[in-house]
Design a protein around this ligand. Sequence first.
Ligand SMILES: Nc1ncnc2c1ncn2[C@@H]1O[C@H](COP(=O)(O)OP(=O)(O)OP(=O)(O)O)[C@@H](O)[C@H]1O
Length: 309
Amino acid sequence: MSTHTLSSAGLQLATPLASQSVALSPAFQVQGLHLNYGRQAVLDGIDWQLMPGQVVGLLGRNGAGKTTLLESLLGLRDPQRGTAQVFGCDVRALDDATRARIGYVPQQSDLFEQFTTTQLLAYFRTFYPRWNDALVEGLMSRWELPRDKPIAKLSGGQQQRLSIVRALAHGPDLLVLDEPVAALDPLGRRDFLRELVELVLDRGTTVVFSTHILSDLERVAFNVAFMARGQLALQAPLDGLMDQCRLAQGQPMELAPLEQRGATVLSRRALGDGQERWLLQWPEGQVLPDAAAGLQRVQLEDLFEELTA
Ligand SMILES: Nc1ncnc2c1ncn2[C@@H]1O[C@H](COP(=O)(O)OP(=O)(O)OP(=O)(O)O)[C@@H](O)[C@H]1O
């Protein structure tokens, strides 16, 4: 692991609040979220919460509902049913103090396009008592962001960087990032991920991060959550999933004994000719059957393929 790699265990140690004996309350909690567009159920009864200091990569295919879920948990959409709370505060009536603890990078830039970069940051600075001038200055210089150009004239990647600077500047306790790196070049992505890791290690920030760039998640190695058919299929530490999950292929009757050997079937998919592919997970700490059983190790891409179908 590189020095910038987080394991889920590392995150727990890095979380100042986690070491306290007081009962922790979730950074956010959604319960029974249902949101339909016409007859399409985009959120189909989602329960989800993250504790302070947890970092989760949210994965799902195009149109799975990631943006809808992230916006709903921040109170930016109005689900037909269910509740969402951030730091114990109902998102339909967020107070200013709670709002100031949230940083959000939307998928679509929402920056005021007529402002220059400097004007925009000066404007937001007035709202946040914890605004970190040194961090802003460092990122602006390192990312070579033009200071006096109207935002409308910045490139897509520059706008995304600015959106990230704005979201990090006030030291949020909860950071919600909706495909924050989609428009960044590889160096920008690496730099951003480093920044994110440092933020989490320093402050125990809770982070939800949706992305399609699986290699980024593998580099940062936090928890992953998979979204499909309006539900969260699974959330678990990525390291643990890699260790305890295997793919198996064959006739269902041939595969069934693997269940008797302690595995849970996370997904099964018909391949034709009566063959199926199963994604199996063994409990943590259990020794897996050896490779002779025809089991294949998994990559994050395999988990994505099987769990988001
Ligand atoms: N305002 C809207 N009106 C109607 N349908 C919508 C609206 N917003 C989103 N949808 C639909 O809801 C579904 C989920 O969209 P959403 O943007 O949440 O998915 P996503 O997982 O973030 O996708 P992507 O990975 O492509 O960004 C899609 O089928 C989309 O077409």
